[in-house]
Design a protein around this ligand. Structure first.
Ligand SMILES: O=c1ccn([C@@H]2O[C@H](COP(=O)(O)O)[C@@H](O)[C@H]2O)c(=O)[nH]1
Length: 233
């Protein structure tokens, strides 16, 4: 089932049952879902099968980061399971990203491949500790351009960087943005945040939303509030 909604709900749960309990309250015509490291490590490919069976398009957010051949094989494995989107870390470099793109092309796999720039939980000081002296926004832009030149379809970035990446990499280059925080939600461990409608106005193509919905007292009320805020975008 295909949706036009920019919303991707992060199913960060410790079991298949818990994730499916949430997904059974969601409508695949109104959002996509994201499977990350915790859920996939616990439930394996069964979760993808179960979500696909319910009609959801799935972003498999495993953020591969390894040598080119290993990443290309992992991306191929993900795509062969029918996921809508998969990702790698842009800091794995050009050869790694090109190998992943080439592997998808060689096998006629149409899964969207995007790259993580700088995690939305990080700030400039965190980069400085890693020896990266550039301002955070500059580093994000550098990695986004590298991802584009390597043939990827988009990046994971903070919505704070979406406008600049849109200018640099073009409108059709995907800007998938976690760290989305509606006014009723707390930041948790996110550092670079933005509200849903502000993020869309800034040029985000997709909004990744986890705890503001999944840990709300009533997840569906929280999701409807976000959808209402987004009406018109
Ligand atoms: O830079 C990144 C990359 C991925 N994520 C993931 O998105 C969700 C966000 O969940 P919230 O509960 O809305 O904070 C989560 O699965 C992260 O692993 C990210 O936050 N930042």
């Amino acid at each position: 089932m295909v949706t036009d909604s920019p919303i991707i709900i992060a199913l960060d749960y410790p079991s298949l049952d818990a994730a499916l309990c949430m997904s059974d309250q969601l409508d695949p015509t109104r959002c996509r879902v994201k499977v990350g490291k915790e859920l996939f490590t616990r439930s394996g490919p069964a979760v993808l099968e179960a979500l696909h069976g319910r009609g959801f398009e799935v972003f498999l957010d495993l953020k591969f980061h390894d040598i080119p051949n290993t990443v290309a094989s992992a991306v191929q494995a993900a795509a062969e399971q029918g996921v809508w989107m998969v990702n790698v870390h842009a800091s794995g470099g050009r050869r790694m990203m090109e190998a992943a793109v080439q592997r998808l092309d060689q096998n006629a796999l149409t899964t969207h491949l995007i790259a993580v720039t700088v995690l939305t939980s990080m700030q400039t000081d965190d980069l400085a500790e890693l020896g990266i002296k550039a301002p955070l926004a500059d580093h994000v832009e550098r990695l986004a351009l590298l991802a584009k030149q390597s043939g990827l379809q988009g990046v994971v970035c903070s919505a704070q960087e979406s406008a600049r990446i849109k200018t640099l990499c073009g409108e059709s280059f995907l800007k998938v943005t976690p760290g989305i925080r509606p006014s009723f939600a707390v930041a948790n461990d996110q550092q670079r945040t933005m509200g849903p409608s502000e993020a869309m106005a800034a040029g985000s193509s997709h909004l990744v939303i986890g705890r503001p919905v999944t840990q709300a007292d009533d997840p569906m009320v929280a999701l409807e509030a976000i959808e209402a805020e987004l009406e018109g975008h």
